[in-house]
Design a protein around this ligand. Structure first.
Ligand SMILES: [Zn+2]
Ligand SMILES: [Zn+2]
Length: 131
């Protein structure tokens, strides 16, 4: 597995230490079907920032748009891990689907050695803000 060289190629990246193990995971931006440049979520032309809730991915080069659901069904989460359960070190990929893992929406992969499910939460749990 080739590790990403630049954050610019990625939609998601995490590198974290968990109890007795570690997880590095990322999702590469998909190439544009028209011109092969990397697509990203649509950008708000007023602010120049990514629209987090955008329903489309857009090619910054040719402007080709594709629905988020169509793009994300083909994305893979690439994972390099040290299993917190059996200490196995390996690499795997998992589908770009968030499922509930320990009550938190996460990408889930299985340890290839012991078969335990390991969740990659989107964000580390942070202390809840006071309301
Ligand atoms: Zn394009
Ligand atoms: Zn394991």
């Amino acid at each position: 597995m080739k590790e990403p060289e630049s954050m610019d190629e990625l939609l998601f990246f995490t590198n974290r230490v968990v109890d007795n193990g570690s997880i590095k995971a990322w999702i590469c931006r998909p190439p544009c079907p028209k011109c092969n440049k990397l697509m990203g979520k649509s950008i708000n032309p007023k602010t120049g920032k990514v629209i987090k809730k955008a329903e489309d991915y857009e090619c910054p080069s040719c402007g080709f748009k594709q629905a988020k659901a169509d793009v994300e069904k083909d994305l893979r989460v690439e994972v390099i891990y040290k299993c917190p359960y059996c200490q196995h070190e390996g690499e795997t990929t998992t589908e770009h689907v968030r499922k509930t893992w320990q009550g938190v929406p996460s990408f889930i992969f299985e340890c290839q050695e012991c078969g335990q499910k390991i969740g990659i939460t989107k964000k580390m749990k942070s202390p809840k803000k006071k309301k």
